[in-house]
Design a protein around this ligand. Sequence first.
Ligand code: ATP
Ligand code: MG
Length: 632
Amino acid sequence: MDYRIKSFEEYRDTYQKSVEQPEEFWAGIAENFTWRKKWDKVLDWNFEEPNVKWFVNGKLNITENCLDRHLETRGNKLALIWEPNDPKERYIRFTYRELHEKVCQMANILKRNGVQKGDRVCIYMPMIPELAFSVLACARIGAVHSVIFAGFSHTAMSDRINDAQAKVVMTSDGLNRGAKQIPVKRVVDEALETCTSVEKVIVVDRVGWAVNMVEGRDVWYHEELQHVDKVCPAEEMDSEDLLFILYTSGSTGKPKGVVHTCGGYMVYTDYTFRNVFQYEESDIYWCTADVGWITGHSYLLYGPLLSGATSLMFEGVPTFPDPGRFWQVIDKFGVNIFYTAPTAIRSLMGAGLDHVLSYSLDSLKVLGSVGEPINAEAWHWYHIHVGKERCPVVDTWWQTETGGIMLTSLAGVTPMKPSHAGFALPGVQPLLVDQNGDEIKENEQEGYLCIKFPWPGMIRTTYGDHERCRQSYFSTYKNLYFTGDGAKRDADGLWRIIGRVDDVINVSGHRFGTAEIENAINKNRHIVESAVVGYPHDVKGQGIYAFVVCGDEAPGNPENLRAEVIETVVDQIGKIAKPDKIQIVSGLPKTRSGKIMRRILRKVAEGDTSNLGDTSTLLDPPIVDEIIQGAL
Ligand code: ATP
Ligand code: MG
């Protein structure tokens, strides 16, 4: 059944129904999947403990839905296209039949190495096809995958392995990402020095580097392949059995092991994928996110494969060998739907128009953004120069904890507006509250974004520490899931995300979201990217400290640049939002998913850099030293 919403009117009706009869609504969607046994009850829930169960007692395997059920009608359709880091290396394509076979083989390798249903498996691999096989192979046999971005340090990895008590690690010898080389296996070896739970390490030969193989512990994937069958029956899973653990990126502190389960996550990622992107059977779809991030789980692998789509997986980075790579790949494969992050768009914007204008980009139909608020400048650039003003841009707000997209426009169906995510998806019931937890009903008012009713893709627990889940998300406001983000609705009810609540700056009683000020700063023609934080100020309570990254043609004299930036902000927002300090930096500290770690910048602004907290998830640690050196 095609359950895409095709008009604004239909959206309104569907939304209404999904709120009035959520159980009927989601059961209707869930009917479209292959279940070994149907559920007894659609939903059981309370937000107090919290305890949320969808499709209670239903039995299924998500890979039967991603793979097996497509074999008859889409067996020869492409499931995965893999584009390597180096454009001179040849791409590889896998049909659904081939992917099914690869996943079964990998699943048998896991079994051969002692992995059983319920065991945790850590996956630390570059963006290669074997990463996809590994994730799905775990799901096939009911093992719980925990993907760790292959770029994290050994301590970040050992923390996560120990938290999950993983039994097996799946990895590669090394990786090339852009011009960088990472000795992946060596990082694993270091991590395992402090992990006792790991019994086996399965190593994919990606780059052909010599690596240390520990006798009795480490095995080569290509050697294991010789011993396994191409058939592997899927394990029967309960709807609420664990599918995976994913540690959040840590922009706000110690990473949490967010847990998702099989049934609800399956229904939610498929439904949202089809609707948000208005996916059509023949579309080539490309999500640039790494699988180490929730976007890679939900919208590179599970959502598209559940929908029978052709999903492109890219090993490299947007700027290698040059900043035209994304556009070149889009033309090469005729990509129709393109989903990326504001950080990538901003960096490509900074590289100049020539790169993007050298490609036709004719195949594109829909553009998506995820991960942070997309500032108006970047939105317009994306819309005009990439989408040629022809492609709707979906600005999708969601979180690791939500499992799938929550607030967004539906491409070409519901209204889009720069700096606004849009309306809530059917089945999603957002609510804005004030400090006291009282609902803010009026539009154009800022508040804290909460969700008042469960949706199938939501977090079930934080691994090994249910209390932390309750405390983090369900204790701030009674009977509500608290997102940690501030938001407001415009006059028409479109949602705008202001930013994390922790990031709000209070200047002489005026509250600003960091995104608002950054948006203004980024309008200055010399600024590529910026981050603002508050710091204690004797007079104003909090002062505004801005970190700015300039483009090539910025004025050499920093004072001139500062004056210009201030003028832009005064112009855009007003004197009250004028930054007190502006530090020019060559880059910003970011998490692996490209998000600015404002937590660290706040410390710098406060002049307290003695304890920066967990920095293990930083992509480029040296930038922090540079920023500390240059602090004002
Ligand atoms: P941690 O929770 O460990 O600090 P994180 O919040 O960065 O890490 P994610 O779950 O990947 O980890 O990110 C979700 C957050 O990203 C949201 O809460 C929101 O602040 C921001 N975000 C994501 N998409 C959007 C968007 N389209 N617009 C605005 N903000 C967004
Ligand atoms: Mg978060």
